[in-house]
Design a protein. Structure first.
Length: 106
């Protein structure tokens, strides 16, 4: 057995506990992520808004995978599954979405 196998075997029970806690407090965790993202965006005056939104999205995706991994059912919570890209761009620093581009002319 390799080192990685030993680590996985020892952390297996902890993952179940973390998953259970994440399921029970999913709303609070998402709220905390949003609040932290807004605070950082405000402190940086919107300079890194795209990166902050991307990082927040990735963190939420990781949460989704952690909390719904053992369900066995597809994600029907109304959110986009992790890895999927929506067509709506993230909001800008001011909190409003950027204007949509006009349709292409042929």
């Amino acid at each position: 057995m390799g080192l990685l196998d030993n680590v996985k075997a020892k952390l297996g029970p902890a993952k179940g506990k973390v998953s259970d806690l994440a399921q029970r407090h999913e709303g609070k965790i998402h709220h905390g992520l949003d609040k932290a993202a807004q605070a950082v965006d405000k402190r940086t005056k919107g300079k890194y808004s795209d990166r902050i939104q991307s990082g927040t999205g990735r963190a939420k995706g990781a949460m989704e995978r952690l909390t719904h991994k053992e369900d066995g059912a597809p994600n029907t919570g109304g959110t986009t599954p992790s890895g999927a890209r929506g067509t709506t761009p993230p909001p800008t620093a001011g909190g409003t979405p950027p204007p949509e581009a006009p349709p292409p002319t042929s």
